[in-house]
Design a protein around this ligand. Structure first.
Ligand SMILES: Cc1ncc(COP(=O)(O)O)c(C=O)c1O
Length: 391
């Protein structure tokens, strides 16, 4: 076997059929609204191009990213669907964006830069005007909305741009009882009405993220922007992926790198914050914060066989340790050396959930998957939709 042919010792396995299933589930809930697959930050760590490809195969109509650079990479890799990029700076390469036919989210200040690029490229830019309905990040204020619309329409009349969409972003849709979403929805409707009264005629009005897709049908409009749900993860604190009919797409796994019997009082990892209570067996898991596993997530679960063990002691850059419990298992002929060790994956495989790691790290499932480092090879399952149909 060639060295390169050895299976990766550490891998993030991405099930592209799970992505397709999740897109179909979201599309069914959102219908007749269309689905934008949000693949920013390298597809929340899953790989932007394979995820975008799978999402489009399963019926997504649009792709969404934060940065123009991300959009250009997708175009360069052959993604031809409409792509919206919504977070820019004065240093953004608007010229390349216009040239590549990338749709641009606009709060207001960008318009001057975008029309300059459109003039240079001799091609109209495609923009989505964004209203800040309460999140306090991007988007025009209500006070400036009239003038943003007026300016955009002037440029549109000059043939320099086309206003393709109107949009906003929700702040608390993951907490469905909160009434701020009602306020944001009302403000969005008002902003759309003002734009339409001024003569704006868009293809798509869009507001909903994953939590709103599941909890607020009144926010769906023409297009929903699905991020975390695409990856099979739940945005709600009290609901699992399975509760929402979603399948987690990423499984993070490796092999036990060392397994040894130790006496009582054995210290484990830097700082010696953990000591075995009695003679025990330790298994070394070769994944650490250099691989994107949060250093703070001591107690996070690792599945070896059918058992799930908590990480003990500090998580280091390359490795972590689980305590297999009392008794000397290696001496008893039960070394787990070389056994598969799974940090998280899909419930149907018996794997711990990403949510458990998020809880151990005091963060969200979004952050856990997104931060899995480039050092961990991505291995794709079910890459071909055609192959899939034949299976
Ligand atoms: C503007 C915008 N729309 C949609 C999304 C997708 O959100 P979610 O992952 O909750 O579906 C994001 C992600 O943060 C976003 O920034």
């Amino acid at each position: 076997m060639n060295r390169a042919d050895f299976p990766p010792e550490r891998q993030a396995v991405i099930d592209l059929e799970a992505i397709r299933q999740n897109v179909r589930r979201i599309a069914q809930i959102a219908s007749p609204a269309k689905v934008m697959a949000v693949v920013k930050a390298d597809g929340y760590g899953h790989g932007a191009v394979p995820v975008a490809t799978a999402a489009l195969q399963a019926g997504a109509a649009w792709i969404g990213v934060a940065h123009v650079r991300e959009a250009l990479e997708l175009r360069a890799d052959g993604i031809e669907a409409p792509i919206l990029a919504w977070l820019h700076t004065a240093a953004t390469d608007f010229g390349s964006a216009v040239e590549a036919g990338i749709d641009l989210g606009v709060s207001g200040w960008e318009l001057a830069h975008i029309v300059a690029a459109a003039r240079e490229q001799q091609r109209p830019a495609r923009v989505h005007l964004k209203i800040d309905t309460g999140l306090g990040r991007n988007g025009s204020t209500s006070a400036l909305w009239d003038s943003v619309i007026g300016e955009a329409l002037e440029y549109q009349d000059e043939g320099l741009l086309r206003v393709v969409g109107l949009f906003s972003h929700l702040a608390v849709a993951d907490e469905p009882h909160r009434e701020e979403t009602d306020v944001q929805l009302r403000r969005f409707r008002e902003a759309v009405a003002i734009a339409e009264d001024a003569g704006v005629d868009v293809e798509v009005r869009h507001l909903a993220n994953t939590p709103a897709i599941f909890s607020r049908p009144d926010t769906h409009f023409d297009l929903v922007r699905a991020g975390i749900g695409l990856y099979g993860l739940s945005p709600f604190a009290g609901q699992t992926s399975e509760d929402l009919g979603l399948k987690p797409a990423m499984t993070l796994k490796t092999f036990v790198a060392h397994c040894k019997d130790v006496p009582a009082e054995q210290g484990v990892s830097y700082g010696l914050h953990y000591r075995t209570g009695e003679p025990s067996t330790l298994a070394l898991i070769p994944l650490g914060y250099g691989d994107g596993v949060p250093r703070i997530a001591t107690g996070g679960p690792v599945r070896i066989g059918t058992e799930i063990y908590p990480v003990v002691g500090r998580i280091a850059m390359d490795q972590m340790v689980v305590d297999l419990g009392p008794g000397n298992r290696v001496a008893d002929g039960e070394s787990l050396l070389g056994r598969e060790a799974v940090l998280f994956g899909a419930a149907e495989a018996g794997d711990p959930s990403v949510d458990l790691w998020a809880a151990a790290a005091g963060t969200l499932n979004y952050e856990v998957v997104t931060r899995i480092a480039p050092r961990v090879p991505r291995v794709y399952l079910h890459a071909g939709a055609a192959a899939e149909a034949a299976e």
